[in-house]
Design a protein around this ligand. Structure first.
Ligand code: SF4
Length: 342
């Protein structure tokens, strides 16, 4: 079997305080299912508040789902023994948004990268030094001896994120969950880090779950994409298909918000999403996207569309698309509705 990670119908509900006595349920994740194959790259795309970071935490076992199941290499991580959980923590690694806060400022780069090996009692001191040097070399932090002796405040943001990647890599994980790894680094380092992650994925066959608000970077990085809105996946499929032919109005709006070069060689946005996403504590009735949807029609404020396969491999939660047969005819939305295809 090729499946490495499987998330089945996962929901996370937080109880937030409302005033002195009352509390309100916030459904940060709502019935999310996905699979990640060995060596595959999958991007999770959405605005802030879409639930993508909660999903990353659930997948890494840092957040217990209120409902649903996460299995890794066939084992339910919610029911795993301490020993299996330790093994899972070696095989699945996370890289987070802010390298400055995720790396200990009092440790040298060498100690930071070596620490996971010490925790998992891997190798002798000499073997660990060797693995640290190799990991630093892989992320192109050279000369490795000089870099290993530095503290993180002596490095640039891009270099710090590469230290975080080396720290994840040193354990030779089968899966890396990268949560907005380039959102806090400068533009010149961004492409470099994405390129590096793709190279590592190809070279080592590491599966990547890449969490981002930026569908453009998802396009360059991943084989498949899942677009999230208010705690749910609203569209998923091969990245090239989804970007070339988005079937959900939210995906289309995200793509229109990507800046493109204009004739004066500046960047401009082709369109923008109107308004802010509603609060997950009080989602709109019917289709959750309907207050912001340019294609909403009669009944969208009452009927809640579920994710279904519209074309082979491409799933969409939108009433414009009824099912595989309509989608297979390419560009044939339900009668009387507006089409997304221009
Ligand atoms: Fe828009 Fe209606 Fe589709 Fe929701 S179901 S995305 S409101 S067209």
């Amino acid at each position: 079997m090729n499946t490495l990670l499987s998330v089945q119908n996962a929901s996370v509900v937080f109880h937030a305080r409302k005033g002195l006595l009352a509390s309100v349920d916030v459904r940060a994740l709502d019935g999310v299912s996905l699979v990640l194959d060995k060596g595959e790259s999958l991007s999770i795309v959405g605005e802030s508040g879409s639930g993508k970071t909660t999903l990353a935490r659930v997948v890494l076992g840092l957040q217990k789902p209120t409902q649903g199941q996460v299995t890794f290499a066939g084992e339910d991580i919610g029911r795993a023994s301490q020993k299996s959980l330790k093994d899972f923590r070696r095989r699945a690694q996370g890289i987070f948004q802010d390298p400055f806060s995720s790396l200990d400022p009092y440790m040298t780069v060498g100690q930071i990268v070596e620490e996971p090996l010490v925790i998992h009692r891997i190798g002798t001191a000499a073997e660990r030094q060797d693995r640290v040097a190799k990991a630093l070399e892989e992320v192109r932090l050279t000369p490795t001896g000089e870099i290993a002796a530095k503290f993180t405040h002596q490095l640039s943001g891009g270099q710090r994120q590469r230290v975080a990647i080396a720290r994840a890599l040193v354990l030779a994980p089968e899966m890396i969950v990268a949560d907005e790894p380039v959102s806090m680094v400068d533009a010149s380092s961004r492409a470099e880090i994405l390129y590096l992650m793709r190279e590592l994925q190809e070279r080592h066959g590491t599966a990547f779950l890449y969490i981002t608000h930026d569908i453009a970077t998802a396009y360059h990085f991943s084989q498949r994409v899942a677009v999230m809105y208010l705690g749910r996946i609203v569209e998923t499929g091969p990245t090239r298909w989804v970007v070339a032919n988005p079937l959900h109005p939210y995906t289309k709006a995200l793509l229109q918000a990507v800046p493109e070069p204009d004739p004066q060689n500046r960047f401009r946005k082709r369109g923008a999403l109107s308004g802010d996403p509603p609060s997950p504590a009080n989602p709109p009735p019917g289709c959750r996207f309907h207050p912001r949807c340019a294609y909403a029609f009669e009944g969208c404020d009452r009927e809640d569309p579920r994710l279904r396969e519209v074309r082979a491999g491409q799933h969409v939660a939108c009433r414009l698309w009824k099912g595989f047969d309509e989608g297979a005819r390419l560009g044939a939305p339900a009668e009387g509705t507006r089409t997304l295809l221009e």
